[in-house]
Ligand binder design. Structure first.
Ligand code: SF4
Length: 453
């Protein structure tokens, strides 16, 4: 049985910041014996126009849905059965089913052996869904899939799934519900040690699920001597002992969702927990004191944001010497509370922005309360430009965690240059590959418009 794993890009083009798509490694590890796998990642190279495979498995995010559907339609027209999985098909299975022979909802690993067996027997079912949320203790990854591929040199590693919080705009809660699952810390450390990787990204949406588990993981990482980054909530800075341990175990960068400087916005997005332990400046100082660079994530467009929100936030990010930032227009993702609220208030600008050929990456997709959609789009663009311009990168260099060693300086500068380049490449791009033919925004031809292998 031959399985081709496909990872679409936003617009059919390459991306500069592609990391290994870990979900496929988890599926490959549980494929029935005798299955052969190939991986086509459109962020690295065009997907061949014809695939010699018995099953195509496509992972779909909301941003790549339109491109995924184009690829799937083309493959099915060639007689290749297609299965889709990931966040987007889980949230909108009926939409995905229009482009797939089978849709996997939720965690893929428990049902994957059955999917492959059914495909081999020519009787794929329309839907597969695991019973509940399986334990992650036995989770394995077959990373041989990635050999010879030109991914970033940082190895993604998954510690657990789920988050303790339920922010209004976030799809994590919609996908994992209340389930909070973690792999045994020693299993994670063993996986890293065996891989020989020196630089690791712990990809969990919030690494701090359980204090004791986190401490055990950090202890287990110390003897390996790696450097690592993660995404974590600000409450980690309230526990100085844990934060010290985190730094000693090799953490050099943490992505933190500050989201907004406005308390009214934090209340609306259900994220007031951000400021319970003190002001942002104090939390950043605690990271910096331990040599941890802070990657700040901010969203613009909540109801308390007026025209001055961009300038204030950029100034904050520059004054506090953030390592990197995400400055994003608030994005209504299906299945979130935010989406339901904006829809009920009649504020969505598209029926489904992710499949709308007129939508462009980075555009506001809803009507903000105190800004026009164009002001929101343009304000975000300007904020990114100000933060990532060469003068700002230079100014932020001279802070302890960024310039503590020549190696750290290289990481800081390299990451900023790459972020600047990646943003430039993505912003303003339509989602999906441009249609051939009529040019009026309707699909004239859904064939794969890619170069032959
Ligand atoms: S803390 Fe982060 S991962 Fe958790 S629900 Fe909020 S935005 Fe999502």
């Amino acid at each position: 049985m031959r399985v081709a794993f496909l990872r679409p890009s936003l617009d059919g083009g390459r991306a500069h910041d592609a990391m290994e798509p870990l979900a496929f490694a988890a599926l490959a590890a549980v494929s029935p014996e005798g299955t052969t796998h190939t991986l086509h990642d459109e962020r690295l190279a065009p997907i061949p126009t014809r695939l010699n495979t018995d099953l195509a498995a496509i992972t779909v995010e909301t941003y790549t849905a339109r491109r995924a559907y184009q690829i799937a339609d083309s493959l099915r027209a060639q007689g290749v059965p297609v299965v889709m999985g990931g966040y987007h098909p889980t949230f909108l299975p009926d939409e995905a089913a229009q482009h797939a022979d089978a849709v996997v909802l939720g965690d893929g690993e428990p049902v994957w052996p059955q999917v492959v067996a059914d495909a081999a027997a020519g009787r794929l079912r329309p839907r597969y869904e695991a019973d509940g949320f399986p334990d992650l203790a036995t989770l394995r990854f077959d990373r041989s899939l990635f050999h010879g591929m030109d991914y970033q040199k940082v190895m993604p590693v998954q510690v657990g799934r789920g988050c303790r919080f339920a922010c209004d705009f976030c799809s994590i809660h919609a996908f994992y519900g209340r389930s909070l699952r973690q792999r045994p810390p020693q299993a994670v450390a063993d996986e890293i040690r065996r891989s020989g990787a020196r630089h690791v990204l712990l990809v969990d949406d919030n690494l701090l699920v359980d204090r004791e588990q986190a401490a055990a993981l950090f202890e287990a990482l110390i003897p390996i001597g790696i450097t690592w980054g993660c995404q974590v909530t600000l409450d980690v800075t309230h526990d100085l002992e844990l934060l010290d341990l985190m730094a000693r175990s090799g953490c050099i960068a943490a992505l933190v969702g500050f989201e907004s400087l406005d308390d009214g916005n934090l209340g609306q997005m259900r994220k007031r927990f951000n400021t319970v332990g003190g002001p942002y400046a104090e939390a950043i100082g605690r990271f910096h004191d331990r040599g941890i660079m802070v990657y700040g994530s901010f969203v613009f467009g909540y109801d308390h944001d007026g025209p001055d929100c961009f300038e204030r936030t950029v100034q904050f990010a520059l004054d506090h010497r953030l390592f990197l930032v995400n400055f994003s227009a608030l994005q209504p993702t299906p299945a979130t509370r935010l989406y339901a609220r904006l829809e009920s208030e009649g504020r969505l600008l598209h029926d489904a922005w992710w499949t709308d050929p007129t939508y462009r990456y980075g555009d506001a997709a809803f009507q903000p309360a105190r800004l026009s959609p164009d002001e929101l789009t343009e304000g975000c663009r300007r904020a990114r430009q100000q933060f990532f311009r060469p003068r700002s990168i230079w100014r932020r260099t001279w802070t302890r965690p960024h310039a503590r060693s020549p190696r750290r300086l290289a990481i800081y500068l390299g990451a900023n240059v790459m972020a600047r380049r990646a943003l430039k490449a993505k912003l303003g791009k339509p989602l999906g590959k441009r249609e051939m033919g009529n040019g009026n925004g309707e699909m004239a031809d859904s064939r794969l418009i890619t170069v032959p292998a």
